[in-house]
Design a protein around this ligand. Structure first.
Ligand code: ACM
Ligand code: ZN
Length: 535
């Protein structure tokens, strides 16, 4: 792969005469000011080449500090006799090496040679927030897969892993004060299968959670690769696994299992009317639980954000609950959405005492009066004018629009092109507030993803498209030229043993009837319809 064809595409790349052969490299030299980047850079290059490097400056990859280079940016000069990198920070140095690696790994896989074109590259990111979300509540993939994804994220210059660790169907993080969260909430004995509109259920248990030690190890693995991890502990809804463990979290104490269904069709068909409940936000005991959980979470995750979720909040229980109604009265609220926002703001104040900011899905704007420093993540398929309003009043936003960035959806519904042709600026934002869009994030929800191979299939090559949207500054990106680069890029995924959707899947059939047919199958009959046809 020529280095001017890598993903994500650098801002400026000029190919030069000659070739540089990494087989001849003997040394890696890293300037003292960037020493904290050395161990990961060294491990990655040595891993790719399958041999150790010395520390001298001859026949070397040399990493120099230059305070004038932009944040996370770098300059990379590839000559016949060596490589020179300049960066002002750790991530910049790491990203320069990823640029090199992307080309070298592809060459090694395709040609079994590590020779790449000489070049001069200047590069820096478009967005600060270049995220990927992994849902381990619905299915549990485990440490090995998460580390593999972190490696892949680093290679694509992505810098935030949003880790969805709790939901109705599972609680995956040890909380020492509340051991039943994982003992009870960390497993379910069966799952709804084959789509939201399907009533089939398997009898395969889903079980697993991370100890606090494992979490800290993964957080430090990510940090080494320039990746921050934001934990999502979704509340006040999406909390059925916690309520199975501690029924007093709800407005009514009901003895209910960890949810094994993913949508409304099965529970409603079985006459289960209370399948979707929010926690009791009027209860001091519930609020104390939330503060206790946050106390332990912030100890594990040093990043400056706490993701509260806050999406899809049913309010029926609140309407019948004396405690929630007392809270409504106390604050003079007339709409339960105000109680929702009040809850979010209260948790926001608490996380602020821990030096953290809150992130939540855009539903948290619907009650009005959301604190302005809450970072809003815009996901809903329907346009939400409140998001532009939040931006225009100085708020910050990350964009993960469903149609483009929901990687769990079938390709027949959202082909790869949707992800690539994504403009994260939407109507209604004032010119002066555009900078409030901090970046983009791809979402891997896992209701219908029950294995690492399928996770990788749904995610790739969408991750490549995401990385180019997040990194490359060109406003008008050409999907055709992106697709033309994928053949070489797939050598990289092959070398790393990463699964991905092939062109006949990610392009989706042109014929709308054929596409519709696949989508219908996916929703109602066969959640593996594309996965099984991939190879
Ligand atoms: C979401 O998909 N409910 C954030
Ligand atoms: Zn209540």
């Amino acid at each position: 792969m020529d280095i001017d064809k890598i993903i994500p595409l650098p801002q400026q790349c000029e190919l030069k005469q000659g070739k540089f052969d990494l087989a001849r490299v003997e040394n890696l030299f890293v300037d003292g000011a960037l020493k904290d980047a050395e161990s990961i850079i060294r491990a990655q290059i040595e891993g790719d080449l399958g041999r150790k490097l010395g520390s001298g400056r001859d026949n070397a990859i040399v990493v120099e500090f230059d305070k004038d280079k932009p944040a996370e940016g770098y300059e990379l000069e590839i000559k016949e006799d060596g490589v020179k990198i300049e960066a002002s920070d750790r991530r910049g140095a790491i990203y320069a090496v990823q640029t090199l690696r992307m080309a070298v790994i592809a060459e090694l896989e395709a040609e079994e040679k590590a020779a790449i074109s000489c070049a001069e590259i200047e590069d820096s990111p478009r967005f600060k927030w270049r995220g990927l979300e992994i849902d381990e509540a619905r299915h549990f993939f485990g440490e090995k897969e998460i580390k593999k994804i972190l490696d892949l994220m680093c290679l694509h210059k992505l810098n935030v892993l949003h880790w969805h660790l709790t939901d109705d169907q599972g609680w995956r993080v040890e909380i020492r004060k509340y051991p039943r969260l994982t003992e009870i909430g960390g497993k379910r004995d069966k799952s709804q299968i084959n789509g939201w509109q399907n009533k089939e259920v398997n009898d395969v248990p889903v079980e697993g959670w991370y100890t606090q030690e494992q979490i800290k190890d993964i957080v430090s693995y990510a940090a080494e690769r320039g990746i921050d991890i934001v934990p999502e502990i979704d509340m006040p809804a999406h909390l059925a696994a916690a309520m199975a463990a501690y029924p007093w979290l709800g407005c009514r104490e009901l003895d209910r299992p960890v949810a094994w269904y993913f949508g409304s069709s099965i529970p409603l068909s079985m006459g289960i009317k209370d399948w979707n409940r929010s926690a009791c936000v009027g209860s001091e005991r519930t609020m104390q639980f939330i503060r206790d959980v946050i106390d332990e979470i912030v100890e594990m995750f040093p990043f400056g954000y706490f993701h509260i979720g806050g999406d899809e909040v049913p309010m029926e229980e609140w309407k019948k609950c004396p405690k929630c109604n007392a809270a409504m009265k106390e604050h003079g609220f007339t709409d339960y959405k105000q109680l929702h926002t009040h809850f979010i703001n209260e948790v926001g104040k608490y996380v602020a005492t821990k030096g953290r900011k809150l992130i939540g899905w855009n539903e948290i704007l619907h009650g009005g009066n959301l604190a302005n420093d809450v970072l809003v993540q815009y996901w809903t398929p329907q346009p939400d004018p409140r998001v532009a309003k939040h931006l225009n009043s100085g708020g910050k936003v990350i964009v993960s629009k469903h149609k483009h960035f929901y990687f769990d959806m079938p390709y027949a519904q959202y082909p790869l092109r949707n992800t690539y042709k994504f403009t994260p600026f939407f109507g209604g934002i004032n010119e002066s507030n555009v900078g409030g869009v901090l970046g983009v994030e791809g979402e891997c929800w896992a209701e219908w993803i029950d294995s690492p191979a399928k996770l990788e299939f749904q995610m790739n090559p969408r991750l490549a498209a995401l990385s180019e949207v997040a990194w490359n500054k060109r406003d008008k990106k050409c999907y055709k030229s992106f697709e033309a680069r994928l053949d070489d890029y797939f050598n990289v995924l092959d070398a790393l043993d990463v699964n991905y959707a092939r062109p006949h899947i990610f392009r989706a059939p042109k014929n709308p009837f054929k596409r519709g047919h696949i989508v219908r199958l996916w929703y109602s009959k066969d959640m593996n319809v594309e996965f099984d046809r991939n190879n």
